[in-house]
Design a protein around this ligand. Structure first.
Ligand SMILES: NC(=O)c1ccc[n+]([C@@H]2O[C@H](COP(=O)([O-])OP(=O)(O)OC[C@H]3O[C@@H](n4cnc5c(N)ncnc54)[C@H](O)[C@@H]3O)[C@@H](O)[C@H]2O)c1
Length: 419
């Protein structure tokens, strides 16, 4: 049955952690969805109703949507009534926003645009990107009118709708979270909102595109700055021989203080990346934001130094590193501080045996596979053989480990879960 809110066809470009769940929630509510991805394996798997990565409840929703006949996958951008662009926006090695995937997606969809089409940029982007996207599409399609040319009723409607879901709870948060939709004109925002009303039960706040881009970056930079404060405190406490977890707990008894929990660093595709977009557009003003990034980026090396200091006490040290993903209970290792810690340790301590364990991963990431002193083993085996146990990710399986297994080991708990 067609959806009563939106009856058009939606092409979702980029079938990753954001695009695929979005495609699936739309399709399972009766919208005809065509998923587009450059990766042939992803396209093949999604077409068969198989998830290309783990996310709770995604597998059942995808196979349901495929069974309904509402979703298909292709490598070629089709003609559609609406396009949602959810491709990666990483940073380059010199910390600049890499928007090449967004503009490659735009180049592929430009020839398919028909009057009345809606283009929504979901990828997290520096302020001004949606306007640039519109200019790029306009240059490719001089036969069509765009929001820049005519304020009312252009041929193509363009908006930015940033995503704020939490991996591990994607399928719930996609539906429940509030959304910001920024249009290049108010009508663009309203047209885009029609698509999101299909599945979004949260409040949909309409705005302009550049403010929506800025709001998303403000959210993630806020998180980064606050985590940096906790991480900096943890390094000060390490220097003074104090228990940071105890200090944070006491400080948080103040009615107006809420310090976050420190960790081994900040990873993932968002918080570790997006603040750089603000530094890029306002390098002189974004002093605190840049500093916070550097504090969080420095934390993995601090952890490496702590492990090496402990390893120095053993003749042939064996270190168990528990967890590789960038956060608990996901298999996503992008920008993971745990991977950085393990790689630096393997490189700096070639004589140390490093046993890695992560229940979410079945093999070592390529960046770790070639170290001769590093092996992926079962958690119990890693701990049993280790002199030092470094807890890097707070997966549920690690939280519930019997503390007896840790007796007699040097324990470095970067997440504070075994206190
Ligand atoms: N993952 C998150 O938790 C999260 C949360 C909020 C916002 N975001 C933002 O959403 C965007 C997408 O992130 P993601 O985590 O889904 O990325 P991802 O890497 O998981 O998926 C992106 C997909 O896009 C495909 N792709 C790349 N270029 C393409 C192109 N030109 N045409 C078609 N497909 C292409 C890739 O093959 C991949 O499958 C990013 O801007 C990210 O910052 C992500």
């Amino acid at each position: 049955m067609a959806n009563p809110f939106y009856s058009g066809t939606v092409a979702v470009i980029g079938l990753g952690y954001i695009g695929l769940p979005t495609a699936v929630v739309l399709a399972s509510r009766g919208v005809r969805v065509i998923g587009v991805d450059l990766n042939p394996v992803t396209v093949e798997r999604v077409g068969r109703g198989e998830i290309p990565f783990f996310e709770p409840d995604l597998a059942t929703s995808l196979s349901g949507a495929v069974a309904l006949g509402n979703i298909s996958a292709t490598m070629e951008t089709p003609v559609a009534d609406a396009y949602i662009i959810a491709v990666p926006t990483p940073i380059t090695p010199d910390e600049q926003a890499d928007m090449s995937a967004v503009f490659a997606a735009a180049a592929a969809l430009a020839p398919q645009l028909r009057p009345g089409a809606i283009v929504v940029l979901e990828s997290t982007s520096p302020p001004g990107t949606t306007e640039e996207l519109s200019r790029t599409l306009a240059a490719a399609r001089p036969d069509l009118t765009f929001p820049d040319d005519v304020n009312d009723s252009p041929d193509i409607y363009i908006a930015h709708c940033p995503e704020r879901v939490l991996p591990g709870r994607l399928m719930v948060e996609l539906v429940e979270n509030n959304r910001v939709i920024g249009g290049l004109t108010p009508e663009c925002a309203e047209r885009a909102a029609e698509i999101y009303r299909v599945f979004c039960r949260g409040e949909i706040q309409l705005s302009d595109a550049t403010s929506a881009e800025m709001a998303k970056l403000a959210e993630n930079s806020y998180r980064d700055v606050n985590i940096a404060y906790a991480n900096e405190l943890s390094m000060i406490c390490d220097k003074l021989g104090l228990d940071v977890w105890e200090i944070v707990k006491m400080a948080n008894h103040h009615p107006r203080v809420n310090i976050l929990q420190p960790g081994p660093g900040v990873g993932g595709h968002c918080i570790a990346v997006d603040p750089w977009f603000l530094v890029g557009v306002a390098p002189e003003e974004a002093v605190l934001i840049r500093t916070a990034r550097m504090v969080n980026d420095g934390k993995p090396l601090h952890v490496v130094q702590q492990i090496r200091k402990s390893a120095g006490r053993f003749r042939e040290p064996v270190v168990a590193c528990l967890g590789l993903s960038y956060k608990a209970n996901v298999d996503d290792i992008r920008e993971s501080p745990a991977v950085e810690i393990v790689a630096a340790l393997a490189e700096q301590e070639p004589a140390t045996t490093i046993l890695v364990s992560d229940p979410m991963l079945s093999r070592l990431p390529a960046s770790l596979a070639s170290f001769p002193n590093l092996t992926l083993v079962k958690t119990q085996d890693a701990i049993a053989a280790a002199d030092i146990v470094a807890l890097l990710v707070d997966h549920n399986q690690f939280r519930t480990l019997s503390r007896k297994l840790l007796e007699g080991k040097v324990v470095l708990d970067t997440r504070g879960i075994w206190r």
